[in-house]
Design a protein around this ligand. Structure first.
Ligand code: ZN
Ligand code: ZN
Length: 116
């Protein structure tokens, strides 16, 4: 199973096209879409680092792929998932299953065992 509903990314894991408005015009160092303000990186919520007293002293953010709902490194939800640009996997899975069964039933109709 491959969830290929994500967004196309370049080598720096930046989208090649804004996932929200479709804008394709970015500066080399742009981090947000100039048209709608959507982040151009699918960055996780950030992994906390604590000091010895349990205070959060830092957060490490990771860049993720265009179809990542959760960060592969820290397990936190990604920005695109929180912005609802990516749907929960169970919804997508459901849709795939439906499409698959529709495809199969179409094939059934096309097959040679029709009575005419
Ligand atoms: Zn945009
Ligand atoms: Zn992370």
């Amino acid at each position: 199973m491959i969830y290929n509903d994500g967004f196309q990314m370049d080598d720096n894991l930046r989208v090649t096209k804004c996932p929200k408005c479709g804008n394709e015009q970015f500066d080399d160092d742009a981090e947000y879409c100039r048209i709608c303000g959507t982040p151009l990186f699918n960055i996780c919520e950030g992994q906390e680092e604590w000091d010895n007293f349990g205070n959060v002293i830092d957060r490490t953010y990771h860049r993720n792929y265009g179809n990542s709902r959760f960060c592969e490194r820290c397990g936190k939800p990604t920005g695109y998932f929180r912005l609802k640009l990516l749907r929960p996997y169970d919804e997508v899975e459901e849709q795939y299953k439906k499409q698959y069964s529709e495809l199969n039933s179409l094939e059934d109709i096309d097959s040679d065992d029709l009575p005419f």
